[in-house]
Write a protein of this length. Structure first.
Ligand code: MN
Length: 239
């Protein structure tokens, strides 16, 4: 394996796959990638497989056109264009997660927007955009981001946000590092659960956009703390 990438980044990518399964963000589907900091036009992602079983031998390189560069000719996920087009549009983004994390789904299929209700999820900003694939793929699609054009449409709707929902499908989360994107994916799921619960009790007093920004900045100072706990949990399970 010669990925021309820092080995510790590959280790973190493998652990991130396992953490995301263990914390209920990924299941047999979904994926996480990291941009190659030695070659920003390429990113690292597992071959097409269940994320809970990924090892360092399963990591491939993909370019921003969605072409896989692998000595063994292996394939990665059909929806790799989510990653490639976001890396193309967002030079600040170093890591991307696409998941179907369940508590988030209702906010993509109703008029109720996902918004930050607590200080752990200020990165959600004022509200989270929803990508409507019918606008780009028509009425009969299978909802997957199968090509560059759909990836571009999604990246456009994501804009400068940290998270976008894919109507009837899942969500995409971006970050400046593996640790940050994992933190965001886990707390996106958590915020969705809490927001649904709070909506049953009454009108929600959301974070203001300014509070969202301040709390997001604050949490970025402490990304290593939960990461070590999540990592310990997967190790305890013998992954
Ligand atoms: Mn998907």
């Amino acid at each position: 394996m010669n990925l021309n990438a820092n080995p510790s980044v590959i280790d973190d990518l493998v652990i991130a796959n396992h953490i995301l399964v263990n914390e209920g963000v990924l299941d047999g589907f979904g994926h996480i990638s990291v941009r190659n900091d030695r070659d920003p036009g390429r990113f690292l992602i597992a071959r097409s497989m269940a994320p809970g079983l990924v090892t360092s031998d399963d990591i491939l390189t993909c370019d921003l056109d969605g072409n896989v560069h692998d000595d063994q000719g292996r394939k990665t996920y059909v929806e790799r264009f989510i990653h490639s087009e976001i890396y193309r549009c967002r030079p600040d983004v170093m890591a991307v997660i696409h998941s179907h994390s369940p508590a988030v789904i209702p906010f993509g299929v109703t008029g109720t927007r996902l918004r930050p209700i607590c200080h752990m999820s200020g990165f959600l900003g004022a509200q989270v955009p929803v990508f409507e694939i019918r606008h780009a793929a028509g009425e009969n699609s299978d909802l997957l981001i199968r090509n560059q054009a759909l990836g571009q449409a999604l990246a456009r709707d994501l804009g400068n946000s940290a998270v976008a929902l894919l109507r009837g499908h899942g969500n995409v989360v971006v970050g400046f590092s593996i640790q940050q994107v994992v933190f965001r994916a886990i707390y996106t799921e958590s915020n969705a659960r809490l927001q649904s619960e709070a909506m049953r009790l009454g009108e929600i007093n959301y974070l203001t956009p300014e509070e969202a920004q301040s709390t997001s900045d604050m949490n970025d100072e402490h990304l290593g703390r939960p990461w070590e706990v999540w990592k310990r949990r997967v190790q305890a399970r013998g992954y």
